[in-house]
Ligand binder design. Structure first.
Ligand SMILES: NC(=O)c1ccc[n+]([C@@H]2O[C@H](COP(=O)([O-])OP(=O)(O)OC[C@H]3O[C@@H](n4cnc5c(N)ncnc54)[C@H](OP(=O)(O)O)[C@@H]3O)[C@@H](O)[C@H]2O)c1
Length: 347
């Protein structure tokens, strides 16, 4: 299929590619852009279910900073109902990353505890919301209280300022020593040992980023004692068939969460595509707390999220669908005694 591009997401991978540290895979365009939103310009002969003019988003191997993109139909999804076309460009990469790691690899289930490192980032903001929508109790790390509070507003139950607090201690004490069942890690080597310490018995650590190193020492004794799993994936390098399966799962499971309001794209700013070069410089991006969209129009707006404090001890009774604002999602407070027992969570 060919799409007219209305907007493209700005991902950290785009910055790495511009810095020469993350070259495009063979066959992909040399220029950045892992996800786009737009309208269908043409449809291949063997493709069904799409018409010219339909609103769509696409997961790409690169090349989204363009007027048009050609993409396999298996990597195209409809713009979810109720979502603005430009905001929709912030969804495909993060949604596919979160689903394929937190659910496919991490096997997160309702009532479990999910720790998301970098909860205010592009992947993190989606992970918090999807985790909460699945009925997990979500903890995040974020740099600074303001970002931590934004994660609480998105549905996290515990937000740890990683600049001031030790997340291992915070997570273990907020869970009566249980720890996190699943950790989604974007930090890498510097957190490997601490992640193992924060994991629950039987916990799953899924590493998707190496912002602080690729090599670290793994304490196998701790791994065995915890009966834990350490896994890692990259989305961009996956074969087309795997991407197609992930996109199908995202359509089936994440899109309904978006359409009923439990999950929304969090956009830090909209900038004209002409400014993508500036916006993807590391110094500028480092100040962004969530995804930006480069669009062919030029509105600029900041993400507005009300701060809301909620202890991680809160029990999410059911993953009830809601269309109320995220800052006002219903939640019942657990009794203080053993609030993290699996029985309580699943009751
Ligand atoms: N493997 C894959 O398939 C895949 C797919 C997509 C993304 N990724 C990777 O995932 C990471 C996030 O991508 P993104 O697009 O969401 O980038 P982003 O929006 O720039 O977010 C980066 C996040 O990392 C957090 N962070 C940095 N240092 C941290 C620390 N010491 N402790 C906790 N959090 C820390 C930041 O939190 P603060 O600013 O609040 O400190 C920020 O939220 C990148 O490394 C990217 O390459 C991997």
């Amino acid at each position: 299929m060919v799409l007219h591009v209305a907007a493209a997401g700005v991902n950290r991978a785009d910055l790495l590619q511009r810095a020469g540290a993350y070259p495009a895979p063979p066959g992909a365009p040399d220029w950045p852009g892992l996800e786009v939103a737009g309208t269908v310009a043409s449809v291949g002969e063997e493709v069904s279910g799409w018409s010219v003019g339909d609103r769509a988003v696409a997961l790409l191997e690169g090349g989204g900073y363009a007027e048009q993109v050609r993409v396999r139909a298996t990597q195209v999804l409809p713009v979810p109902a109720g979502v603005d076309l430009v905001d929709a460009a912030a969804l495909p990469e993060a949604a596919c990353t979160v689903w394929s790691n937190v659910v496919d690899v991490g096997h997160l289930t309702a009532g479990e505890r999910l720790l998301v490192h970098g909860g205010s980032g592009g992947v993190g903001t989606l992970a918090v919301q999807v985790g909460a929508a699945l009925g997990a109790r979500v903890a995040v790390t974020a740099g600074g209280r303001a970002r931590a509070d934004r994660c609480l507003a998105l549905g996290a139950d515990l937000a740890v300022d990683h600049r001031e607090e030790d997340f291992v201690e915070a997570v273990r004490s907020a869970s009566d020593g249980h720890g996190a069942d699943v950790i989604l890690d974007v930090v890498g080597a510097a957190y490997l040992d601490r992640n193992l310490r924060a994991l629950a018995t039987g916990g799953r650590l899924v590493v998707i980023g190496m912002q602080q190193g690729a090599r670290a020492e793994l304490d196998l004794g701790r791994l065995l004692a915890r009966r834990a799993t350490v896994a890692g994936t990259t989305l961009r390098a996956r074969p087309a068939a795997e991407k197609a399966r992930i996109v199908r799962d995202v359509l089936a499971h994440v899109w309904p969460m978006v359409e009923d309001g439990r999950v929304r794209p969090v956009v830090h700013a909209r900038v004209p595509l002409d400014e993508a070069r500036v916006r993807t410089s590391s110094s500028t991006r480092a100040r962004c707390s969530a995804r930006s969209c480069s669009s062919r129009s030029a509105p600029v707006r900041a993400t507005a999220a009300a701060a809301r404090l909620a202890p991680w001890l809160t029990t999410r009774a059911t993953p009830a669908p809601t269309t109320t604002p995220l800052a006002a999602t219903g939640r019942t407070t657990a009794p203080t005694a053993s609030p993290w027992s699996r029985r309580t969570a699943r009751a």
